[in-house]
Design a protein around this ligand. Structure first.
Ligand SMILES: Cc1cc2nc3c(=O)[nH]c(=O)nc-3n(C[C@H](O)[C@H](O)[C@H](O)COP(=O)(O)O)c2cc1C
Length: 431
């Protein structure tokens, strides 16, 4: 159905540098589904969830982060892919996620030190040393990676991407944001190595570039590869600088340099995100109030790189209505609209906007246990558990329900994951 009020740009197809075409500009951003079965295997629930999203009309569905090592998980319920043992189920997942002309891209990740102690007593990182601050006790002290181990992880990324392609996923996204391993290599605060993987920006970015090149080699030139990258980590650096004079952090300028280098290497899309000490991606449990205050995230950064990059960008965070989406696209600050939480509440939002001309706003509810101190104590866990519960409902053929309270979400998470549900999944400042 055509409708005069349909925002035209969002309905337009986009051709990526590798030649693949995406039917519209809706980019469903990664959300860990927490639906893995035994041994981190994908399940029929993944297929059902992604079928619903694919039928909902988005151009690209990025999966929740899939780990490249079963022993190194970022959060409970992660899928891990390190060999072909789950190929049959991966095929069912990819088939469902590519229904209705959708692309389905597997996000691949390694948590590095950001792996909670309840699920991983032996994390690895670019450099050793405990995590400071209140969250320190939730993460075991990591062991510094040897060069052999670094090379092994690079091979794991490439192997996971190869298996994703073999299973029928139509692209991959390398997770280089939110404080996980690749982000740790980029940050001079986490990366204090003195070999070719540490020190100068060129050296700190080497791990990402090696991963990218190995993945490209594994999937060939015509397969979409996206990279999710922080616009900067600078507030962390400033804080540490003030305290102990550590070198400056992964700044906006550095991020732009990395993006340009990725562009030259043949990346197909850059997913701009953030997640810093003072500004985590998801800052409070009151989504609507936060949206009102922040609007669309990272727009200043996206404006700044406009004209500097030719590779398509997906700006993720804070898009809640068609007007904002169309404005960002028309302004040329992004080529895809990255959306996560609203699609766990309204899985067919793309159809509603493009086909039905819907111009409403998706209001994220305030998620509360009803006791202020508990809301504060469980903040991030509460939000993540609540959205996991909504995805779980969709995967069971039920409708999302925004009236569900925080306590129910917390109990659901404990039932699913045991006590591990109650430990923070990300270090403070990273969402
Ligand atoms: C439950 C949940 C799980 C998430 N898991 C991931 C993930 O696996 N990988 C990732 O890059 N981002 C993850 N994110 C962050 C989202 O992709 C997105 O950047 C963030 O929610 C902001 O977008 P939004 O305002 O549209 O929700 C997650 C967010 C939520 C709420």
């Amino acid at each position: 159905m055509t409708n005069d009020s349909v925002p035209m740009v969002i309905a337009e197809p986009l051709t990526l540098p590798c030649g693949a075409t995406i039917k519209n500009r809706f980019y469903k951003s990664a959300m860990n589904e927490a639906l893995a079965g035994r041994d981190c295997a994908p399940t029929e629930a993944h297929a059902r969830l992604y079928r619903t999203w694919a039928q909902g009309g988005a151009g690209v569905l990025v999966t929740g982060n899939v780990m490249v090592d079963h022993t190194q998980l970022g959060e409970p319920g992660n899928v891990a892919v390190e060999d072909e043992r789950d190929l049959a189920m991966l095929r069912r997942w990819a088939e469902a996620g590519t229904e209705n002309g959708a692309h389905c891209w597997m996000q691949i990740n390694h948590p590095g030190r950001q792996s909670p102690i309840t699920i991983n007593p032996h994390p690895f990182a670019p450099s050793g040393g405990a995590v400071d601050g209140e969250y320190g006790r939730f993460f075991a002290e990591p062991t510094e990676l040897t060069r052999e181990q670094i090379h092994d992880i690079i091979r794991r990324f490439a192997n996971a991407a190869r298996i994703a392609k073999k299973a029928g996923f139509t692209g991959v996204e390398i997770h280089a944001a939110h404080g996980y391993l690749i982000n740790q290599f980029l940050s001079p605060l986490d990366n204090r190595r003195t070999d070719e993987y540490g020190g100068s920006l060129e050296n700190r970015a080497r791990f990402l570039f090696d991963v990218f090149d190995a993945v490209r080699e594994a999937v060939g030139p015509k397969f979409p590869i996206a990279v999710k990258l922080n616009s900067s980590d600078v507030p962390i650096a400033i804080k540490i600088n003030e305290q102990n004079g550590a070198p400056g952090g992964f700044s906006k300028e550095e991020s732009i340099w990395v993006m340009k280098r990725l562009e030259a290497r043949g990346v197909d899309l850059i997913d701009i995100s953030g997640g810093t000490y003072s500004k985590p991606v998801i800052q409070t449990n009151d989504g609507a109030a936060e949206d009102l205050r922040r609007g669309v995230y990272f727009t200043d950064f996206a404006r700044r790189i406009k004209g500097e990059l030719t590779v398509p960008v997906a700006l993720t965070g804070g898009f809640r209505n068609a007007d904002d989406m169309d404005q960002a696209l028309s302004e040329g600050i992004t080529q895809m609209i990255g959306i996560a939480r609203p699609l766990a509440l309204v899985p067919d939002l793309p159809n509603r906007v493009i086909r039905d001309g819907w111009r409403g706003n998706v209001d994220l509810p305030r998620i509360s246990i009803g006791i202020k101190s508990l809301d504060k104590a469980f903040g991030g866990i509460l939000v993540i558990s609540w959205f996991e519960l909504q995805m779980n409902r969709i995967a069971r053929g039920r409708r999302p329900d925004s009236r569900i309270g925080g306590m129910r979400a917390l109990l659901f998470a404990i039932r699913q994951h045991g006590p591990a549900a109650l430990t923070p999944r990300r270090r403070k400042g990273h969402q």
